[in-house]
Design a protein. Structure first.
Length: 615
């Protein structure tokens, strides 16, 4: 049945399920809005009546205060003021009653002494200044909006002596007035104001009619809008236009995590996403609509033209020059866009920055080389050290056997020195090959830096190099292996000193990221710097630019930093200087964990050792 209803056309081009769906969606919304509008108008009416009633009560209380300032104010005057006030339009009744409901004064004198508000908690109301209201219906069916609260004339009564003299002068009637004035001044009282709701009800009915009419109009407008929308969506333009829009909407995605460049059939840039902006350092608003040949790098333009001429998809890696002159390695995929009729629509080019990928590849290659060196070192070190021990033994033997031959003594010393040098190289090779073991403990970095600098001060002073230190406040304590960290520092110090042949500055800075989750040690020099082609190789084993270096110092330092869970980076400018940055992870959570593992006594013992070394 639903299928028949779905396929049947109720209106030209519009199936009935569309109309039913439009009503099902719009009707609840419009009903809700209409009811909300009606309730809002009702609340405004109640608020208006409350304000009007409150104003009447304040006006009446002000008149009562003014009258009570006279000498003969009493219930009669209160009744007169109340009757005069009740003459205003829309006031049905106005009365003052005590806490039992007894009407002390009433706009209808016949109701004086009657009980009013018997169903209310009059004692609570007589003690509260909060404005309250209720809706009551009179016997004739008339609706009355009644506002009530504690009556507060706040006029001080006359003194007792004066009142007695006044009573003697005025007689019994005056005595009755005084008693009424005394009751009015001191007994808890409630004022009731009844307002005619007929005008408000008529206005409310008009508002309801208006809201219902507007809701019906909006329903019809929404219904017509839904129908018109469906008709517009059902309308088909030409197949070529639809195919072109579909091709661009399906293929041009603005926020893909790689660079996307799309050209139309005129060779103008039609799409340029955020990834393309970041890689090529161009702004999309500036390039959209421009000729591609004048904007994009020639390397990318050549691949686009190649894809267009050969009518195939090109996937390759290229080197691209940005507008800043920087060479960026890119992985690209270029293709042509065509519609169903094989009409050319444009070109699309996807490209990804391979800078980080290539860095990871170099790191993997380096790790593989290190693994190969490790396997080689493990197999050869023992075989090398045994002959070296024999050679050193024979050299020592000949040195002691022929002490009177200077040439033989010199030759033997050279052999011993070279054997020792080879032994050190083998030792460094083994240290590089085997996993680095670190013994973490709590250390004072400032004391460690101070001690390490003392070891190279004389060597630096001999070359005219000044050593400067800079320690950030509150950065000192860390968890690490002091011997291993000292080994890294000495290696970097000596490299810096060797790079400054004509003197210079060696700067050592200690800082943190602000939360002490990472601590930074930066060692800077003003030496000759490192050429850009060597920067990516300085941590490789056996790579060195020194004539006497082994090329293992920085490789071992790199391994130690990784074993500590940190990282080491380098920045260098030729003939300006080099800066090595060591990052050591440290956080309070790590300290707490280690504190639990080592125990409080051991921590205190370590802290004492640190203080002793610092002193």
């Amino acid at each position: 049945m639903f299928t028949k209803l779905k396929n049947k056309k109720f209106w030209p081009g519009v199936p009935p399920w569309v109309l039913i769906g439009a009503v099902a969606v719009l009707l609840p919304i419009l009903v809700f809005v209409t009811v909300e509008n009606i309730n809002r108008q009702k609340e405004k009416s109640i608020h208006l009546l409350l304000e009007k009633g409150a104003a009447l009560i304040r006006s009446f209380e002000a008149g009562t205060r003014t009258g009570m300032m006279g000498r003969q104010w009493g219930g009669f005057q209160l009744q007169q003021l109340l009757s005069a006030t009740a003459q205003q339009p829309d006031i049905v009744h106005l009365l003052v009653a005590d806490e039992t409901g007894n009407a002390l004064a009433h706009s209808n004198p016949d109701q004086i002494g009657s009980i009013h508000g018997a169903k209310l908690d009059l004692k609570r109301i007589s003690g509260s200044t909060a404005l309250q209201w209720r809706r009551i219906t009179q016997p004739d069916g008339k609706h009355v909006f009644e506002i009530y609260r504690k009556f507060m004339p706040t006029g001080p009564p006359m003194g007792m002596g004066m009142m007695r003299r006044h009573m003697g002068m005025m007689g019994r009637r005056s005595q009755t007035n005084w008693q009424e004035n005394e009751n009015i001044s001191h007994s808890p009282q409630i004022i009731f104001v009844g307002l005619d709701m007929s005008p408000i009800e008529e206005a409310h009915k008009a508002d309801v009619r208006h809201a219902v009419i507007m809701g019906a109009i909006l329903l019809l407008v929404g219904f017509a809008g839904f129908t018109l929308l469906f008709l517009v969506q059902s309308y088909r333009s030409t197949r070529a236009s639809l195919s072109r829009i579909k091709a661009f909407s399906d293929n041009v995605v603005e926020n893909v995590p790689i660079g996307l460049l799309a050209l139309d059939n005129q060779g103008k840039i039609a799409a340029f996403n955020n990834g393309a902006e970041s890689i090529l350092q161009l702004s999309a608003p500036q390039v959209i609509g421009q000729e591609a040949g004048r904007i994009i790098p020639p390397e990318l333009l050549a691949e686009i033209n190649h894809s267009k001429s050969h009518n195939d998809v090109i996937e390759k890696e290229i080197e691209c020059t940005t507008v800043e002159g920087k060479m960026v390695p890119l992985e690209i995929a270029a293709s042509s866009l065509k519609d169903e009729d094989d009409v050319f629509l444009g070109n699309v080019l996807l490209f990804k920055d391979l800078t980080e990928v290539r860095a990871l590849r170099r790191e993997v290659t380096r790790s593989q080389r290190l693994a190969s060196v490790g396997r080689l070192a493990a197999g050869v070190a023992h075989e090398i050290r045994n002959p070296l021990s024999s050679i050193k033994g024979f050299a020592t033997y000949f040195k002691e056997r022929y002490p009177d031959r200077p040439d033989d003594q010199q030759t033997a010393n050279i052999m011993i020195q070279e054997v020792d040098r080879l032994n050190r190289v083998v030792g460094q090779l083994l240290e590089l090959a085997r996993p680095i073991s670190v013994k973490k403990q709590r250390i004072s970095l400032q004391a460690l830096l101070k001690d390490s600098i003392k070891l190279i001060e004389d060597r630096a002073a001999a070359k005219g190099i000044s050593v400067q230190t800079q320690h950030a406040a509150g950065v000192d304590s860390a968890w690490g292996d002091p011997d291993r960290i000292n080994q890294i520092l000495l290696n970097l110090y000596l490299n810096a000193i060797d790079s400054m042949e004509s003197g210079g500055e060696l700067k050592v800075a200690l800082s943190s990221d602000g939360e002490n989750s990472e601590i930074f040690i930066r060692i800077s020099d003003s030496g000759c710097g490192i050429s850009p082609e060597h920067l990516s190789k300085i941590f490789d084993p056996y790579f060195t630019t020194k004539s006497t270096g082994t090329g293992l110092g920085l490789a071992i330092a790199h391994n130690i930093v990784e074993a500590l869970g940190g990282k080491i980076t380098v920045e260098s400018d030729k003939e300006v200087g080099t800066t090595f940055s060591i990052t050591i992870p440290f956080s309070k959570r790590v300290e707490k964990s280690l504190f639990n593992q080592l125990g409080e006594d051991q921590i205190r013992s370590t802290n004492s050792e640190i203080r002793n070394k610092s002193e």
